[in-house]
Design a protein around this ligand. Structure first.
Ligand SMILES: [Zn+2]
Length: 432
């Protein structure tokens, strides 16, 4: 008897086909299936790990399922799955599920590379620094391109991650809580373990500052939110993406003799730096393994405080990744596995479009340092050199509790190669 589980890893996720060969018929079915995806070396079949979707493959699968489907029912879904894949897309075929996070990430990276979505060496995979991190940290990164629900699916059994209330304590779980605000383009990552009260508290108190800070990027990157393409009104103008063009209109536009434009946009909304920091941490705590939360009770208390209190926090790193663009906002949370080193317990990377933020979640019981000042930040960079200043990251404080109305400066170069050709200047007189 031979049993095999074939893992099909596709860009949209994947599926498993399990086959047991316990008689002549099923043995032949198994042999033929392997034959479709393999090369023969003498009398040995070797499965090609990277497969390409072709019309020929779809036809082979269709005929194969027609032949064996009635007697080996588990193969029936194969035809639907393969025929749904777009032609030319690459997928991976593995004989077992990758066991470690490192292997899993390596396969995901391989899938991206062979589909031309990432270039080789683009990632830290395979590099010594990265293996040190993988050794010391567990990683949580929910897929953002497919629907991912985090936590207990059954509403009656749910317990809120933040206030710890369950249905029997009076908590309600009626609204859909997005782990990352929907306004930033996240439709897919849903947190089941966030009660309605906490959801509206975060929505009122901390998330507006995150959305405000990223508003101008949402326009320039064309990130769709709850209400479609973004249109942001400013005190002195408006910025809008209409699906094709970015239109910015302002009463404060300066043009120099070379036709370069400097545009000032004064926000109508308030921005509180510490609320921005809290909103990022809330995203991290939404996707992290629940087991880590016992050490983050002080962080949760800080997120839920009614008035922002003054406290010194680590600086947040910002980086513009010109070669990578992620259409869906993406969060990667790394949690230190043991207490043998002084690097931070929880470290996160948050991506929106080509903007990347690196931050430490403060107040963990597992941290002995506060990561304030250069010396302590260097402990962090020793473990995570990819976030260090010498790699182009700029670190800024977001611990002020004062409300500000930010002014954004948009510069548009009048050059042939400028990506901002898309901008259209609207005369100030057209503004309402
Ligand atoms: Zn709650």
């Amino acid at each position: 008897m031979r049993e095999i589980n074939l893992h099909f890893k596709t860009l949209k996720g994947g599926f498993v086909i399990g086959l047991v060969a316990n008689n002549d018929f099923s043995s032949r079915a198994l042999y033929e299936l392997l034959n479709i995806f393999s090369e023969s070396h003498g009398n040995q079949l070797e499965i090609n790990r990277v497969q390409v979707v072709t019309m020929e493959l779809k036809e082979l699968i269709r005929l194969y399922v027609k032949r064996y489907g009635s007697l080996v029912p588990q193969i029936n879904k194969l035809n639907k799955k393969i025929s749904d894949l777009p032609c030319c897309e690459r997928f991976l075929l593995l004989e077992s599920e990758p066991e470690s996070t490192k292997d899993k990430l390596a396969f995901e990276a391989l899938l991206m590379v062979c589909n031309g979505l990432k270039s080789e060496g683009d990632d830290y995979i395979g590099n010594d620094v990265f293996s040190k991190q993988i050794e010391a940290y567990s990683m949580f990164s929910p897929r953002s391109d497919i629907r991912t629900v985090i936590g207990e699916k059954n509403k009656r059994k749910r317990k809120c991650r933040f206030c710890s209330k369950s249905v029997s304590d009076g908590a309600r779980f009626q609204s859909v809580a997005h782990a990352i605000p929907e306004a930033l383009g996240n439709k897919n990552i849903i947190l089941a373990e966030e009660c309605d009260e906490c959801n509206s508290f975060f929505g009122d108190h901390i998330e507006p500052s995150l959305i405000e800070f990223l508003n101008i990027y949402r326009v320039t990157l064309g990130i769709k939110g709850k209400d479609g393409y973004p249109k942001v009104k400013y005190e002195n103008g408006v910025a809008q993406f209409d699906g094709k063009h970015i239109n910015i209109a302002s009463r404060d536009i300066d043009e120099d003799e070379n036709g370069n434009l400097a545009i000032k946009l004064k926000s109508n909304n308030k921005f509180i730096p510490i609320a921005f920091y809290k909103a990022l941490c809330k995203i991290a705590l939404s996707v992290i393994d629940k087991g880590e939360l016992v050490n983050l009770d002080k962080t949760i208390e800080w997120l839920l405080e009614l008035e922002h209190s003054t406290v010194e926090l680590p600086k947040i790193g910002m980086f513009i990744n010109h070669s990578g663009y992620s259409g869906h906002p993406k969060i990667i949370v790394m949690a230190r596995k043991d207490d043998s080193c002084l690097s931070p317990h929880i470290v996160c990377e948050f991506r929106v479009g080509c903007y990347v933020y690196a931050f430490i979640v403060p107040f963990s019981n597992k941290d002995t340092l506060k990561y304030l000042g250069d010396e302590q930040m260097n402990v962090f960079f020793d473990m995570f050199p990819q976030f260090a200043q010498n790699n182009g990251w700029v670190y800024t404080s977001f611990d002020s509790v004062l409300e500000i109305k930010p002014t954004y400066n948009v510069k548009i170069n009048n050059s042939e190669s400028s990506p901002y050709k898309k901008f259209q200047q609207v005369p100030a007189a057209h503004l309402v």
